[in-house]
Design a protein around this ligand. Structure first.
Ligand code: BV8
Length: 230
């Protein structure tokens, strides 16, 4: 019987695919703080600027390729039931072949009408201001902006508290809530691993193994340690 392995990922797992993380550099884009660009207020104030930001992100995501860390998680599906909860809006986990991926903060390949949160449209090209959804609403990226609720946090918390038998955190600074709080819901007695170029503040987490390496290289060490649990 395969054990349930839950993997929480952040921008760091996509860094070696060439995608900018939020913390590397100075967290700025065109001299704006990301928190000031990725908000409903920014969208109301200057929709063109916000659209340019997401068109730039979508082009970068489309050009990026999954890296060894993404593929390593796919390989683990032979030994574990693997579910991934990602904060990333890129779809590199899916493109690598992972079969169960939950996007906490949405995904860059989808749009929705400003009038309807539930109908999603696949989008792989630059959005132009004059484009409208069939219901006449302006298109907006299907991502969770700062200040917006995180609808998938409830499912994510269930997976952490009720489903996970092993938890792995890869490439997140644990700076953004409520995503950052997920690890704290995990049962004390289950084994946990953190793989990061620079281990984030996780001192309060019990039964934690630290692998302080870039994800593309550290994934092999992570797999070695996980397979010892079989
Ligand atoms: C909400 C989608 C309420 C958009 C994103 C004060 C205190 C606490 C909380 C708050 C506060 N003020 C405001 C808040 C709440 C706010 C928040 O947490 N703000 C932060 C800035 C303090 N949160 C929210 O607003 C959330 N909503 O609270 O709603 C509510 C409830 C009901 C009704 C209405 C409202 C919504 C937050 C979601 C925002 N959207 N993304 C987009 O992407 O454009 S967040 C975005 O930033 C990501 O999704 C991710 O979550 C976060 C970045 O974090 P990481 O992924 O960890 O990346 P980071 O760059 O930080 O770190 C990279 C890591 O990788 C590092 O550890 C680094 O060492 C490592 N690394 C780098 N290279 C490598 C590597 N590791 C391995 N290998 C490498 N090669």
């Amino acid at each position: 019987m395969k054990k349930n392995l839950l993997v929480l990922t952040g921008a760091g797992i996509s860094a070696e695919s060439g995608l900018q993380t939020f913390r590397d550099g100075d967290g700025l884009w065109e001299r704006h703080r990301i928190e000031d660009v990725a908000t409903p207020e920014a969208w109301k104030r200057d929709p063109q600027m916000v659209m340019n930001f997401y068109n730039m992100r979508r082009r970068a995501c489309n050009e990026a390729k999954p890296n060894g860390a993404h593929f390593g998680l796919v390989e683990l599906e032979a030994y574990f039931n693997v579910r991934i909860i990602t904060q990333n809006i890129d779809t590199l986990h899916e493109r690598a072949g992972s079969s169960q991926v939950l996007h906490l903060h949405g995904s860059i390949d989808k749009m929705r009408s400003e009038y309807d949160d539930d109908t999603l449209y696949e989008f792989d090209h630059d959005l132009r201001m004059e484009e409208r959804a069939p219901d006449g609403g302006r298109f907006r990226p299907h991502v969770v902006w700062f200040g917006e609720a995180v609808p998938n946090i409830y499912v994510a918390s269930e997976w952490v508290q009720r489903w996970a038998e092993i938890i792995v955190l890869i490439g997140s600074s644990l700076a953004v809530y409520p995503a950052a709080g997920l690890l704290s819901y995990a049962a004390d007695n289950i084994p946990k691993f953190v793989l990061d170029k620079k281990i984030p503040p996780v001192s309060a987490v019990r039964r934690l193994s630290r692998i302080e390496m870039p994800a593309g290289m550290g994934i092999e060490e992570l797999k070695r340690q996980l397979l010892q649990l079989l």
